[in-house]
Design a protein around this ligand. Structure first.
Ligand SMILES: Cc1cc2nc3c(=O)[nH]c(=O)nc-3n(C[C@H](O)[C@H](O)[C@H](O)COP(=O)(O)O)c2cc1C
Length: 226
């Protein structure tokens, strides 16, 4: 047995893999559920422990507390949902039948914003915007996994016009909202990605994603008309 303080034992390791395996993007929430403040603070701390390029910590998190603001955000998402259905062409009607957000029902609504660029160079000279974005996504993934371990559901909603959301949230020039996170108690977790359960799309196996030495000759395709 290894009792070094940095060592994960088998039970701890399995718990980490289980959170990864059983994390789901959730759109169905318990109505009237709540997230205790102490839990929310643990989750926010988990997000804030994410890696970031050059330690720039580009994430900003806005907790939506005003019910009228939440309604307005819901309307923005609905508008984008409609536009997405149009863009999907023949699959538009099918898309409209999917539940793609839980903004009204979730106990908490968090907007994750990429802060205006602070000029960090280390690690992002060639891909500045992308590396900041990746760092903020790491924070969101931490929050997602920690939520699962807290037995709370989380759903990432990206169906919004960033300019319209920026206005609602009074974002400064150069800031970009990248996620609306619905968070809260759920009745149960989907056993598989909801998009699979609904027959929208099937996940592809790892073996199709890992290559050796070069990009292979065949590639997969998306969900849209083009
Ligand atoms: C960047 C990003 C944006 C997403 N946006 C939405 C969204 O707007 N609405 C939605 O229902 N799901 C959204 N999802 C969830 C994905 O559909 C989901 O992760 C995927 O189907 C796999 O399911 P799983 O997360 O349960 O494994 C988003 C996920 C990511 C990573």
């Amino acid at each position: 047995m290894n009792d070094h303080p940095h060592h994960f034992d088998e039970t701890e390791r399995e718990a980490v893999y289980r959170a990864i395996r059983e994390r789901r993007d959730m759109r169905h929430f318990q109505r009237g559920g709540r997230v205790p403040e102490v839990v929310l603070q643990r989750l926010l701390a988990a997000a804030h422990q994410a890696p970031s390029v050059g330690l720039m910590q580009p994430w900003r998190i806005i907790r939506i507390r005003n019910p009228a603001l939440r309604e307005a955000i819901h309307a923005l998402v609905n508008e984008e949902r409609r536009r997405t259905a149009e863009a999907l062409g023949v699959r538009g009607e099918e898309f409209l039948r999917l539940k793609v957000e839980g903004i009204r029902e979730a106990a908490e609504l968090l907007a994750v914003v990429l802060a205006p660029d602070d000029g960090t160079v280390f690690g992002r000279r060639t891909l500045p915007r992308e590396m900041a974005l990746c760092s903020a996504a790491c924070a969101i993934q931490n929050l997602w996994l920690a939520s699962r371990a807290e037995n709370l559901g989380m759903g990432w909603v990206s169906l919004f016009d960033p300019q319209a959301l920026a206005e609602r949230l009074h974002l400064p020039e150069g800031a970009l909202a990248i996620a609306l996170l619905c968070l809260g108690p759920v009745e149960g977790f989907y056993p598989r990605p909801m998009l699979e359960l609904e027959g929208w799309r099937q996940a592809r196996p790892l073996t199709e994603m890992v290559f050796e030495d070069r990009w292979p000759e065949t590639q997969g395709s998306g969900d849209g008309p083009g």
